[in-house]
Ligand binder design. Sequence first.
Ligand SMILES: Nc1ncnc2c1ncn2[C@@H]1O[C@H](COP(=O)(O)OP(=O)(O)OP(=O)(O)O)[C@@H](O)[C@H]1O
Ligand SMILES: [Mg+2]
Length: 346
Amino acid sequence: MLMTSPRPTVADTSSAPCAADTPLLVVRDLTTQFPTRHGWLTAVNHVSYELRAGRVLGVLGESGSGKSAMLRTILGLQPKSTRISGEILLDGRDLISMSSSEREDMRGASVSMVFQDPMTALDPVFTVEQQLVETIRRHSTLPRSEAADRALELLQTVQIPSPERRLKAYPFELSGGMRQRVVIAMALVSNPRLLLADEPTTALDVTVQARVLDLFRDLKHRMGMGIIFVTHDLAVVAEIADDIAVMYAGRIVEFGRLDDIVRSPQHPYTRGLLEANIRPGQHDRPEAIPGSPPNLANLPPGCSFAPRCHAAEAACWDAVPTFVPVSPGHGVRCLNAVRPVEAVAR
Ligand SMILES: Nc1ncnc2c1ncn2[C@@H]1O[C@H](COP(=O)(O)OP(=O)(O)OP(=O)(O)O)[C@@H](O)[C@H]1O
Ligand SMILES: [Mg+2]
């Protein structure tokens, strides 16, 4: 179900439990570059994948790997100077080639985002009700009183305790978990088909995190939303994702169903991430991945992970590895990956 440049190969996902036959979102060869003093910085590098309604794609990667840049590109929120190429098809319509007003309509109606920092998404001088009602009225023709009813309904959907009271509260009066739920409620105003969630649980303590993850699960099952859930935390993604994309230096280096990635990681970077996170039931100390990611404005010619890879060979420094399928729905960008034939024989 994924891959990348220059020609995406679509792996077999026919056995996946899909809510619909056609993908909700198709991202093809997406590249996002920002101008910097040192030249173009490639934050998203030939990324391709598909997402079906009712499924969650977990995007995993270290800080600076391009996770937020990818979501903001899908949403159409990058600065004008950004160079973007490739395709982003939402229900078959290409978002990149749309006019800005069409894009704006699409953003309101079909796709919305839970931003990384809940405080920046909320205005401290307005109550929760004022902010929700304003957002609802921007997206509909509802009169104020009905918009207020809808605001209450949304707080109930995100399971905020005593929702009537919370409507009258200012953001600073709410706990971190409640603020995050309000931000999620805001993103649900237009009943989007695609929800982009950027580290929605990072700032939360573990019990609140678990409840917010339940909420996302509910949105997926009950409302059939397609969700892209970005995190640097494997334990979180393991709770919620159907598929996982592992990003490194702007590229997807491994993609597969959750079980395949956790049980049979192929890329040394994915293995490093698995070791850096304590797996359920495992009590060893996590091992960090040595070294740091490359400068995205000056990428090495070969595999971006080669300088940190214990298994790197001479060929790894020469050219970026192509994305190869290793089993249905599972692929990797690594010269040392298990090839399809070996994968079948295992
Ligand atoms: N508007 C911009 N102009 C220039 N560079 C940018 C811009 N937005 C992002 N970048 C750069 O793109 C790269 C990827 O950033 P991004 O925010 O997508 O990382 P991330 O994976 O979301 O990291 P984190 O886990 O810390 O949130 C970084 O090097 C960042 O500095
Ligand atoms: Mg980010």
